[in-house]
Ligand binder design. Structure first.
Ligand code: MRU
Length: 349
């Protein structure tokens, strides 16, 4: 029940990804053999979810290091810096992307004085470390989060913050996976998550693979379920958590938090410390990715709106800290006021 997924992995000369655009119908591997392919996979959401794109970007940097024809370490370092800029530009809201590439570049700068070969091999080792640490963080989130799920166990989640969105175990889905592996009775309401349908396509697939009972609902059914007393708690992931505890996550998360507050339902955010960005004081400073309106006007490649109609597509929204019951990290559960707990969680890194 608690088995991990393989979302991102390395094969000699390639960053490998499970193609999340083809799920749930087909399990297809995408092999990215050059930086441009890694960047495109992140942009087009072949791979998505904040920690998963961080791991992918780390391997993207390692790919450049293994392929480079640079003749000395400073030249390779310059190539890696350019690769970081390319990767960081693909998706602006999820801070794990820049967190991972910054970590890779810091390690590159530390290794450069030891020479070209040390730098080359060190990059792959660091990317492996990013992946393995992400997996460990997700398991710890599962351990801290499982006891928060009430006994009756009807949990609502939004988007996909599962194994597919991480190195393999998930953030929001980790407490559910852990609770299920402990033999607890559990049922998950899965928001379909318009417009990109990560809930319907990915979370429903992932929970079914894990053997965890679920019911798929459209996003506009969530309020009805809460009003009917059918939701015991909500657990979502995060793309960026800022210093005061405001959280950016998939569009629609804010509406859920408002509804949860009205109905007195605990609202939890689960995320590793790599998602915490203490450089921003408040959520209004978080850049919100605007994606193509085609993702709103089309469903499965089919036009569903009048041709040429305007459509907006902010891909994320910001939930103010006052609507959040607690933030589940790999270092423990942080309760309001969040400022001190979050900075402790990050500083212990
Ligand atoms: O646009 P996506 O699918 O990358 O958005 C994903 C989310 O919003 C997740 O909730 C978040 O990245 C956390 S994933 C562990």
């Amino acid at each position: 029940m608690s088995q991990e997924l393989r979302t991102v992995w390395w094969e000699p000369g390639a960053v490998c990804l499970i193609d999340q655009l083809r799920l749930p119908h087909e399990e297809v591997t995408v092999r990215c053999t050059e930086l441009a392919a890694v960047a495109a996979a992140i942009k087009t959401m072949v791979v998505r979810g904040a920690p998963a794109i961080g791991c992918t970007a780390a391997y993207g940097i390692a790919l450049v290091a293994t392929q480079s024809t640079a003749t000395d370490a400073p030249a390779l370092l310059r190539e890696l810096e350019a690769a970081k800029a390319t990767l960081d530009a693909q998706r602006p809201t999820a801070v794990n992307l820049a967190w991972a590439t910054t970590r890779m570049l810091n390690q590159a700068r530390a290794l450069a004085p030891s020479g070209l070969e040390a730098l080359r091999t060190g990059m792959l080792e660091e990317a492996h470390a990013v992946l393995h640490e992400d997996l460990a963080m997700c398991h710890a989130i599962g351990d801290y989060g499982a006891p928060l799920i009430p006994e009756r166990g009807h949990v609502l989640t939004h988007c996909n913050a599962g194994g597919l969105a991480t190195a393999g175990y998930g953030t929001a889905l980790a407490p559910m996976r852990t609770a299920a592996s402990q033999g607890r009775t559990l049922h998950v309401w899965v928001d379909e998550t318009r417009p990109f349908l990560q809930g319907a396509r990915l979370t429903a697939w992932e929970l079914r693979e894990a053997g965890i009972p679920l019911t798929l609902i459209t996003d506009n059914m969530a309020g009805y379920m809460m009003q009917s007393g059918e939701v015991d708690c909500i657990i979502v992931g995060a793309d960026r958590i800022v210093a005061n505890g405001d959280v950016a996550n998939k569009i629609g998360t804010y509406s859920l938090a408002v509804l949860a507050n009205f109905h007195n339902i605990p609202f939890y955010v689960a995320a590793p410390s790599s998602t915490i960005d203490l450089s921003l004081a408040t959520g209004d400073l978080i850049p919100i990715e605007q994606r193509s309106s085609d993702e709103v006007t089309h469903l499965g490649g089919q036009l569903i709106a009048p041709l040429g109609v305007n459509a907006a597509h902010p891909a994320f929204d910001v939930t103010p800290n006052r609507l959040i019951t607690a933030i589940i990290t790999e270092r423990g559960v942080v309760y309001p006021p969040f400022t001190e707990g979050l900075s402790t969680a990050v500083r212990r890194s």
